[in-house]
Ligand binder design. Structure first.
Ligand SMILES: [Zn+2]
Length: 351
């Protein structure tokens, strides 16, 4: 049933709202070199508050660079991880998600929760490395970005294969540590190979349906069905290029088409939010687009919900498509929390 914007705002204040993928941790690190040591509180928390977001999955390293900062290099990943941890633990309203009890607190909206993730494991050399990163608070991994690394092939490779022996060994270690595995950015063969070697429900944190927008980063119907069968969750991506092949048609209503399509294949319990917002470092994104010769609209977001403060606009579009309050509650965060809770153990691993 269609809800008014006020009713949507009210719902988003009462239930957990989980942003399954955001990249601003690198900004927390960069702002520290400008002398700003509380950018999370000062620059990001107000935006989360405006959008009703109560939990974020934050990328603290990955197989890509931002303004020449190579996020897989040891010094960089330690710097970002350390800055992010410090800014979270310094604030009584902020909490690191380390175990299932933290997820229960997140479900009750007790403060703002943050789960730390790697977007590509190029910086992880072996199982010991992963264990130490886990001890430092890392709880989710994406195996690779769009390219090939030692573990797996990304969706940008022309002749992609599956996982390497190293990739499979990392998966075994991640399962042992009970970390969240995020299959986003993988090539199709790597996606299915990883699923075959993963004992828990899978996450795809920021992708849409390829049947509606043919970009290689989106999921095929077979992949969506498989995620649904295994009780996993898919975070909808708000970037225009993943919403419609004609980016001028990338409206919130068109994004809602993806939600309806995914729900028809995997059920509404497989839906979440992974908007992939980048408004907080658009200057760096513009330099990157110029450097790599990408079209200037590459990082355009869905019209009307271009930053996290406008998240309720999309949720309103979803409610207009007939999702019930219960289904919306799941999409907003309940489904992601359900999956994370089946993986993270009740007590933290000894570190
Ligand atoms: Zn990504």
């Amino acid at each position: 049933m269609k809800r008014s914007p006020e009713e949507i705002q009210d719902l988003m204040r009462r239930v957990p709202v989980v942003d399954m993928h955001s990249d601003y941790a690198v900004e927390l690190y960069r702002r520290e070199s400008d002398g700003v040591s509380d950018a999370l509180r000062r620059e990001h928390a107000p935006a989360l508050e405006a959008g009703g977001v109560s939990m974020e999955v934050l990328t603290v390293a990955g197989d890509f660079d931002i303004d020449g900062l190579r996020l897989w290099e040891r010094r960089m990943m330690h710097g970002i991880l350390d800055a992010t941890r410090r800014q979270i633990t310094a604030d009584p309203d902020f909490h690191l998600v380390l175990d299932a009890a933290d997820l229960r607190a997140a479900a009750r909206r007790e403060g703002t929760h943050f789960m730390l993730a790697f977007e590509g494991i190029r910086g992880v050399e072996d199982a010991a490395d992963l264990r130490l990163l886990h001890a430092a608070g890392l709880r989710a991994i994406i195996l690779t970005h769009n390219e090939r690394n030692l573990a797996a092939d990304g969706c940008g490779e022309p002749l992609p294969g599956g996982l390497s022996n190293f990739g499979r060994s990392i998966l075994r270690e991640a399962a042992e540590l009970r970390m969240v595995l995020d299959l986003v950015h993988l090539s199709d063969p790597s996606f299915f190979d990883a699923l075959d070697h993963w004992p828990f429900p899978p996450v795809v944190s920021h992708s849409n349906a390829r049947a509606l927008c043919s970009h290689r980063r989106n999921l095929t119907d077979e992949q969506i069905r498989e995620i649904g069968r295994r009780g996993g969750v898919i975070g909808l991506n708000f970037l225009s290029l993943f919403i419609d092949d004609d980016r001028s048609r990338a409206t919130t209503d068109r994004l809602a088409d993806h939600a309806v399509h995914i729900a028809s294949l995997a059920g509404p319990d497989a839906l979440g939010l992974g908007p992939d917002y980048a408004d907080y470092y658009m200057d760096a994104m513009q330099r990157w687009m110029r450097r790599d010769g990408l079209p200037p609209d590459t990082m355009d977001f869905v019209a009307g919900a271009e930053h996290v403060g406008l998240l309720p606009v999309f949720v309103h579009a979803l409610s207009a498509r007939g999702f019930s309050d219960g289904e919306l509650t799941g999409i907003l965060g309940g489904n992601a929390l359900r999956v994370y809770s089946t993986i993270l153990p009740d007590t933290p691993e000894p570190s």
